[in-house]
Design a protein around this ligand. Structure first.
Ligand code: KIV
Ligand code: ZN
Length: 516
């Protein structure tokens, strides 16, 4: 494949994806996702926004130190402190990139930045030059390009190319564009900017009108050669373009796009599950490529057609995106090595021997309770094991629930809070309600429950239930996840996971808010 026909995949799950309400991740979680993205052969990983908080800085630094096969990118506003901080965080990267941005739409310049267009242009050029002091690979984004005036955009982009930007990323920050319009914008920019051939055109589309993937693909049809996207379409508000959808669209319709990615698409499902498990954002069953029903045929006519000739109703092969047959992978007599090998086959890398041991001990417990263990069970179990290994203030020691026809369900819970054993009990309208109340009788968190959902990981009544809990406290939202064959225990785990996240210190700035 020549450079001209390679579509660069820039994954921003760890940066824009993390801006989804409740999707914040720890450094270790980011590292696990970064490893999975490297295995997926993503070209660029935007690991975070280093100036946003000490945690973000440390996470970008750790990803830069660990990942060697993908370029690692850090976001920076067009401000000296942001650029210096991003440069510092990326020091150890094999291949590092600074992504600097400033808004160019009239509404953002006037109402948010309170800067004139000339000041914005000058600041953009200054920022790109400054970023070039730290690395050769500099990307520039005119924020809210989708609502910017094209003449002004052309002037800014021409000037930043001269200043040393190698990638020009055109964001539809508020998801306002229509595909024909956005495609046309890319074509116009490429045509009108005299030095356009000196940079790669990239796009970054938000999904407010459900058009992020369509807009990204329209841009690719018009010469964009980098797409910014996220696993499962995670991201600010309605999210970003879903990586799996963009990648499979260009691969499946080579006849239309004339370019392809370097991705090992067989890693897609593993990445999707990992991100969903870590963030607590479940994937809807009918989601393209990675939803549980994406390759399931319900109607008899379809089933018959697929059995006779797969391509009658399938345009992609399930195994090409990493779906495996639901099969019993391991049994209760399987050893630690077989367990480790199967995790490797699933694209799951654990950080340490302790994490492997914790996961293996959970596997043994599960194998005692559940007859057949599937790949999906292993995914959930590993997420659970790493949750446990992390530094949690509140841990579940035991839970006893009584539920009887005609009686009020009652729960008794024993927690470890900062190392001290605490007991609580309460009744509720159901066993889960009673459990949450019993937990609250101990910790009194002052949070509000915003969402509670249960999903069976596999089929059968012995399936593990995967629970997501969303809590809110003073405008701050987190998601917690937990899995167990007992859904009340899974619910308690998910609740405590959310509690542990919400009580972590927060100092994070928001990338699209700020002095510039
Ligand atoms: O949506 C947006 O404009 C962004 C920029 C920082 C690229 O996320
Ligand atoms: Zn964005």
């Amino acid at each position: 494949m020549t450079t001209a026909d390679q579509l660069i995949i820039f994954d921003t799950t760890l940066r824009d994806g993390e801006q989804s309400p409740g999707a914040s991740m720890t450094k270790d979680e980011k590292l696990r996702i970064a490893r999975a993205l490297e295995k997926l052969r993503v070209d660029v990983i935007e690991a975070g926004f280093p100036i946003a908080s000490h945690g973000d800085f440390e996470a970008v630094k750790a990803v830069a130190e660990t990942i060697k096969d993908s370029t690692i990118c850090g976001l920076a506003r067009a401000l000296e402190k942001d650029i210096v901080c991003a440069g510092e965080a990326l020091k150890a990267a094999n291949s590092g990139r600074i992504h600097t941005f400033i808004a160019t739409s009239p509404i953002h310049m006037e109402k948010k930045l309170r800067m004139s267009p000339e000041q914005v242009l000058e600041q953009a050029v200054w920022a790109v030059r400054k970023a070039r002091d730290y690395c050769d690979d500099v990307e520039f984004s005119p924020e809210d390009a989708g609502r910017s005036e094209i003449d002004f955009l052309c002037r800014v982009l021409e000037a930043v190319i001269d200043a040393g930007a190698r990638t020009l990323n055109i964001p539809d920050t508020v998801g306002y564009a229509m595909p024909h319009q956005f495609g046309n914008l890319i074509a116009q920019l490429r045509e009108r900017i005299p030095n356009a051939d000196k940079a790669v055109f990239s796009v970054h589309c938000h999904n407010d009108l459900g058009l992020a993937v369509a807009n990204s693909l329209a841009a690719v049809r018009n010469g964009a050669r980098q797409v910014e996207c996220t696993i499962n379409g995670l991201g600010e508000r309605a999210g970003n373009a879903a990586l799996e959808e963009v990648a499979m669209a260009v691969r499946t319709r080579q006849d239309l796009f004339g370019c392809d990615t370097r991705l090992d698409t067989t890693q897609i499902v593993a990445c999707s599950r990992l991100v969903s498990g870590i963030t607590g954002f479940p994937v809807q069953p009918n989601k393209a490529i990675v939803g549980a029903n994406a390759f399931a045929h319900e109607s008899g006519i379809h089933q018959d057609g697929v059995l006779k000739h797969r391509e009658t109703y399938e345009i992609m092969r399930a195994q090409d995106v990493g779906w495996t047959q639901n099969r019993m992978v391991l049994g209760k007599h399987s050893g630690r090595n077989a367990f480790r090998v199967r995790l490797q086959e699933l694209g799951i890398a654990l950080d340490s021997e302790e994490e492997l041991n914790a996961a293996f001990s959970r596997f043994k417990d599960l194998a005692d309770k559940k007859h057949e263990i599937f790949d999906e069970d292993l995914q959930a179990l590993v997420t659970d094991a790493t949750l446990d290994a992390s530094n949690e203030r509140v841990k579940l020691l035991s839970l006893r629930v009584c539920s009887e026809t005609g009686e009020t369900p009652h729960a008794e819970v024993v927690l470890s809070v900062d190392g001290a054993e605490r007991r609580g009990s309460d009744g509720g309208s159901g066993p889960v309600d009673a459990t949450f109340r019993a937990i609250e009788s101990i910790i009194n968190s002052g949070t509000t429950l915003k969402l509670y959902s249960v999903n069976a990981i596999t089929s059968g009544t012995d399936a593990q239930g995967e629970v997501t809990v969303r809590l809110e406290q003073g405008g701050h939202i987190v998601n917690g996840a937990g899995a167990d064959t007992d859904i009340v225990i899974a619910s308690a785990k998910a609740y405590l996971n959310a509690i542990n996240k919400i009580t972590q210190p927060r100092e994070r700035a928001h990338p699209q808010i700020g002095d510039v």
